[in-house]
Design a protein around this ligand. Structure first.
Ligand SMILES: C[S@@+](CC[C@H](N)C(=O)[O-])C[C@H]1O[C@@H](n2cnc3c(N)ncnc32)[C@H](O)[C@@H]1O
Length: 250
């Protein structure tokens, strides 16, 4: 592994898996499994083990977005992977794309988008949330996700860049939609995420009035299957409703 690289150390004790995301550096990392000398990671590769001073073995992996999702600090309800998947798939997000996002929240959607796109600019109205999201972005090693503190309703008119995709996950998305065309590249997509029917109806009205086409709203259900000696069936503890995704194009 290289100096500064992000590494996930994975171990288990009494059947319980524990993970730590660390930077390859000269420091020591203190855990309840003992102290790990992080400089030894320089001579290691993914799949190798390191041993803490208490003799606990930890396996080295390169962390991926689901790991950063699990480890990120939360300031509110982040967008869930089941809903992020369709955003990526239906917009065809790719490495040449620039994305304008709001509100940042914990930065989960912005980070997933940033792990694929060229650039993500995300607006968050609350400064305390901005600070948490910036830390999450930094911890995920993403240098193409910029988070600005501001109200997207006011700021969108003064954004000088053009974007391929605009993602809105704020209560007042309907007030932003009339300005989205001005910042979208031809053929670009608008995506909104809204937890309530009422909010989603307002969003659809604003999208129609703004002259977008290929408009549709979906709800994405995820049903985990549980396997046990008694039988196989959909898990009884379910992920409930999250939000509605509306996608439109210019
Ligand atoms: C549901 S959270 C977004 C979660 C985010 N998509 C994620 O995946 O982590 C909504 C966020 O929008 C912020 N917000 C609300 N209105 C806003 C506005 N007008 N401009 C910018 N941010 C706003 C809120 O402070 C909150 O953090």
């Amino acid at each position: 592994m290289q100096s500064g690289e992000l590494v996930m150390l994975k171990t288990s004790r009494r059947g319980k898996v524990r993970e730590f995301i660390v930077n390859v550096c000269d420091d020591e990392f203190h855990t309840d499994f003992g102290i790990i000398d992080l400089s030894v990671l320089l001579e290691k590769s993914p799949g190798d083990n390191v041993i803490s001073h208490m003799g606990q073995e930890l396996t080295i992996q390169r962390p991926r977005m689901p790991d950063f999702f699990n480890h990120a600090k939360r300031t509110g309800a982040p967008m869930m992977p089941k809903d992020i998947g369709p955003v990526i798939a239906y917009t065809g997000l790719n490495k040449n794309d620039s994305v304008l996002d709001a509100g940042t929240g914990s930065g989960i959607l912005a980070m997933y988008l940033g792990s694929i796109a060229k650039r993500v600019l995300s607006y968050e109205i609350r400064e305390d949330f901005v600070n948490v999201a910036r830390k999450n972005v930094l911890s995920a090693g993403l240098d193409n996700v910029e988070i600005r503190c501001g109200n997207i309703v006011d700021e969108i008119s003064s954004v000088e860049e053009r974007f391929d995709i605009v993602t809105l996950d704020t209560q007042d998305s309907k007030d932003v939609i009339p300005h989205v065309r001005e910042v979208l590249n031809p053929g670009g997509f608008l995506v909104t995420y809204s937890p309530f029917f009422e909010q989603t109806k307002d969003i659809r009205k604003a999208i129609d009035e703004a002259g977008f086409y290929d408009v549709r709203t979906i709800e994405c259900s995820e049903r985990e299957i549980s396997f046990s000696d008694r039988g196989t069936r959909p898990a009884t503890s379910r992920v409930g409703h999250t939000g509605f995704i509306s996608i439109a194009r210019i």
